[in-house]
Design a protein around this ligand. Structure first.
Ligand SMILES: Cc1cc2nc3c(=O)[nH]c(=O)nc-3n(C[C@H](O)[C@H](O)[C@H](O)COP(=O)(O)OP(=O)(O)OC[C@H]3O[C@@H](n4cnc5c(N)ncnc54)[C@H](O)[C@@H]3O)c2cc1C
Length: 627
């Protein structure tokens, strides 16, 4: 056994979306950090669709950016198509989404990690968490190396005892082309962490020039480009050779080194449909599906169903939407969004060729499903530190979530809280009223999950406050105070905040005839640009804030009142050593659930299913009398 001489503050196991954010956050906050991953070439690899954002996921990505994380910048620099989804609904649920160049996305993240001060990146597979009396102090690797660290963050994604299925063909692996992580599961179990089994799936990838796009509907990106990052001065790109620009489209100022600046345009995606033949093929061959024949034990994502699931569950539908999306600029590879399956390869060929426009399409990579171990997140504190093992944090898909953004958000918070633990500071726990990240982590640690959890806007109670466009106004102050968001970004943020506040004040105090400009702006169908007096120097972002704040003021105020009412409960801490057995008058179910979930606050206790308002009243009285 070789003991590595350098001792770390934070060791991050896994270089996926959670691991990268965790490692960068810890290092940026001043901790000596090690990122240890199975294959450094796969840092930040997008295992499924090379796309960031979408409904609620876009909100998470913007919040990560507002706090000082990397996901938004990486997306802006490597995006090849940007859109805002849900524009027909209210601003609370507008959602930025970008298709990225898969390889550029991961290479840029690798470069960012390699260049980060205080961050060491190393390739090796972790086999064991080193601990004494359930206090973690390092990790051991397959190579026989021990690394010592004050805190450990495990972000193993879909790799723990990963098993891939294509029909009845099974191969161990964390994802196609990558080895599974075998020993770490046993080590986690030895610590008393209970593991379950989940599964996820991915569609086939096609060779683009075998698709007949004339039979599909083109989907262009939006202009002006809805970028993700609030900090576009910070952007850079790892040098690559790009094709020469082919025609140019208006570009609303992003670093000249971004992909869309280099190629002078956005790439289109294409909309097409499955046919009756697709459904017949699926129905006649269900017995060949490892999922439907019971070979796969893990529970799959409810909201990212396979084509088998769609055909069976929505059998009245004649066709299902399929998006054909480019995987990059310098590749012909096409992602078949909406067509995830684990049926056998020969059948996949027939199924693909039953899609309109894909009659002659060639599969480059087959679709597959992967089963993996996860740890139900009710075993975590809201800081994402394990309740079973001190100084051990878990983040990302290992906690039962699905999606890059969910993983990155947890990674960021685990990195922040591991760093703060090392620095003897209290954890940062974002409230449900502050961020989707708060909703995500509160849901995970309070309710746990038994199926892949993905974020939705409907999971957030205060949607109008948690808009993607005001993520910086909600979170950048925190990002800066904890030492993550650099001063230059914070100054830019303060300037923007001042401009917005001044303009809102001006609209309230300026009048046209008898009405304030604010009152006029609050009328339906009127926009800022319709006002008789406007500030021509306002950016479009600032205008959007001013408009939303004024137009939705009534609703926003109502949500704020509700938050103030609930804040008391979320601030009431339940002592860690509470013995629920001795709290009289608690119903049996509540007593059992509270003892199992060990909530940190009364607010959290109240969100556990099976704990009623009267149980909370009993608990409050008991805590008051026994404090
Ligand atoms: C087949 C497939 C289909 C998917 N489909 C979808 C989908 O439809 N929708 C969706 O939102 N998301 C989907 N995903 C999930 C998405 O890829 C994940 O949510 C996201 O990548 C999770 O990020 P993560 O950082 O937690 O883990 P990952 O991105 O999986 O990264 C884990 C990292 O940990 C490393 N690692 C693992 N074990 C060890 C170890 N012992 N030692 C060192 N390093 C280790 C790996 O090498 C890897 O770098 C899919 C994933 C797969 C594999």
């Amino acid at each position: 056994m070789f003991i590595y001489p350098k001792k770390y503050d934070v060791i991050v196991v896994g270089g996926g979306h959670a691991g990268v954010e965790a490692a960068l956050a810890a290092a940026r906050m001043g901790c000596d950090t090690l990122l240890l991953t199975i294959n450094v070439d796969a840092i930040g690899q997008m295992s499924c669709n090379p796309a960031i954002g979408g409904l609620a996921k876009g909100h998470l990505a913007r919040e990560i950016d507002a706090l000082g994380g990397e996901m938004g910048k990486n997306t802006d620099m490597t995006g090849i198509q940007f859109r805002t989804l849900n524009k027909s609904s209210g601003p609370a649920v507008w959602a930025p989404r970008a298709q990225c160049d898969k390889k550029s996305y991961q290479f840029r993240l690798k470069y960012v990690c390699e260049s980060q001060n205080r961050l060491d990146v190393k390739q090796d597979q972790t086999s064991k968490v080193l601990q004494k009396d359930n206090v973690a102090y390092g990790v051991e690797t397959n190579l026989g190396v021990q690394y010592f660290g004050k805190t450990i963050i495990i972000t193993a994604g879909t790799f723990l005892r990963g098993l891939m299925h294509i029909g009845f063909n099974q191969q161990p692996g964390g994802r196609a082309g990558d080895a599974a992580s075998i020993n770490l599961s046993s080590s986690l179990k030895e610590l008393g962490i209970e593991l379950g089994r989940l599964k996820t799936g991915t569609p086939p990838r096609l060779i683009g020039n075998t698709i007949n796009y004339t039979k599909t509907e083109i989907q262009d990106g939006d202009y002006p480009v809805p970028f993700f990052s609030f900090w576009n001065e910070d952007l850079f790109h790892v040098e690559h050779l790009w094709p020469k620009p082919r025609g140019s489209q208006p570009n609303n100022s992003i670093s000249e080194q971004s992909i869309i600046s280099k190629i002078g345009r956005q790439l289109p995606c294409y909309l097409t449909y499955t046919t009756k033949k697709t459904a017949e093929l699926v129905k006649c061959n269900l017995h060949k599906s490892p999922l439907y024949s019971g070979v796969i034990e893990g529970v799959g994502p409810r909201y990212c169903p396979s084509i088998e699931d769609k055909v069976i569950k929505f059998s009245d539908k004649d066709r299902h939407q399929i998006f054909l999306e480019p995987e990059g600029v310098q590749t012909n590879e096409i992602y078949v969004n909406g067509f995830s399956t684990s049926l056998p390869f020969d059948l996949q060929i027939d199924m693909i060729r039953s899609i309109i426009g894909c009659e002659d399409a060639e599969i480059l990579r087959p679709a597959y499903a992967v089963e993996y171990d996860f740890a139900n997140p009710i075993q975590l504190n809201p800081s994402l530190e394990s309740k079973k093992c001190t100084n051990l944090f878990l983040a990302g898909q290992i906690n039962g979530t699905s999606g890059y953004e969910e993983a990155a958000a947890q990674g960021l918070m685990a990195g922040i809280n591991a760093a703060r633990k090392v620095q003897l500071k209290s954890p940062i726990i974002l409230g449900r009223n502050q961020a989707y990240i708060g909703v995500l982590i509160d849901d995970l640690v309070t309710k746990g999950t038994v199926e892949p959890y993905r974020m939705f806007t409907s999971r957030a109670e205060y949607r109008l406050l948690l808009r993607h466009d005001n993520a910086d106004l909600r979170l950048s102050r925190i990002g800066h105070e904890i030492g993550l968001l650099p001063a230059r970004c914070f100054e830019k943020f303060l300037e923007k905040e001042t401009v917005i506040n001044n303009e809102i004040a001006r609209l309230h105090s300026s009048y046209f005839k008898n009405d304030s400009l604010a009152k006029i702006l609050s009328r339906p169908k009127l926009s800022y640009n319709d006002l008789s007096s406007k500030n021509l120097s306002l950016s479009s972002e600032a205008i959007q804030q001013v408009e939303t704040t004024i137009k939705y003021a009534g609703y926003i105020r109502r949500q704020e009142v509700e938050i103030a009412k609930n804040a008391n409960l979320d601030n009431k801490i339940i002592p860690k050593d509470i013995n629920y057995k001795i709290v009289p008058s608690l119903r049996l179910e509540a007593r059992q659930k509270l003892a199992k979930f060990l909530p940190h606050t009364i607010g959290q206790a109240g969100r556990i299913s099976g704990v009623s308002p009267s149980d909370i009243s009993v608990l409050l009285i008991w805590l008051k009398n026994n404090s």
